[in-house]
Design a binder for this molecule. Structure first.
Ligand code: HEC
Length: 127
């Protein structure tokens, strides 16, 4: 009985350790992972699907409803000043540019706040 208890405690501690390892590996993701994740979300036809309307570096079969990104002669930094403003734009474009005929990714819950931030990190990295 005593041995069984000790084994059970060992298994539980092992489980806790594995959980802790998984959790810390996800939470401590460095910025470069955000850029890659954001690029994947932007290119994913079922997620951002930005290529339906915007050309993006390395993207194929892009539509031209919106301007090619990044726009000629203006960086995202110049256009939006802060990454928070870019996230807010992607969440609800009409709030910032009333003429923007673009889906409201956050307002319509197509993308989560975290996904919007990852896409913003990706766009921010484009020169
Ligand atoms: C259904 C088409 C459509 C989709 C999908 C779309 N956009 Fe747009 N986007 C537009 C249009 C139209 C504009 C406004 C163009 C203009 O300024 O006249 C715009 C504007 C923008 C702008 C600002 C540039 C400007 O001209 O004001 C950015 C940045 C942008 N889009 C990023 C994205 C990103 C990132 C995605 C994917 C998450 C995306 N868009 C998905 C149509 C789209």
């Amino acid at each position: 009985m005593e041995a069984f208890r000790r084994i059970r405690a060992g298994i539980l501690m092992g489980l806790a350790g594995a959980l802790y390892f998984t959790a810390s590996a996800t939470w401590a993701a460095p910025a470069v992972n955000n850029i890659e994740a954001g690029r994947a979300l932007a290119f994913d036809r079922a997620k951002g699907n930005c290529l339906a309307c915007h050309a993006l570096p390395g993207g194929s079969q892009a539509g031209d409803v919106g301007p090619a990104l990044p726009m000629k002669g203006v960086t995202f930094q110049q256009m939006f000043q802060t990454k928070e403003k870019l996230v807010a734009f992607l969440s609800d474009p009409e709030k910032l540019f009333p003429y923007a005929n673009m889906p409201e990714f956050g307002k319509n819950k197509v993308l989560t706040q975290q996904e919007l931030e990852q896409i913003a990190d990706y766009l921010w990295s484009l020169k």
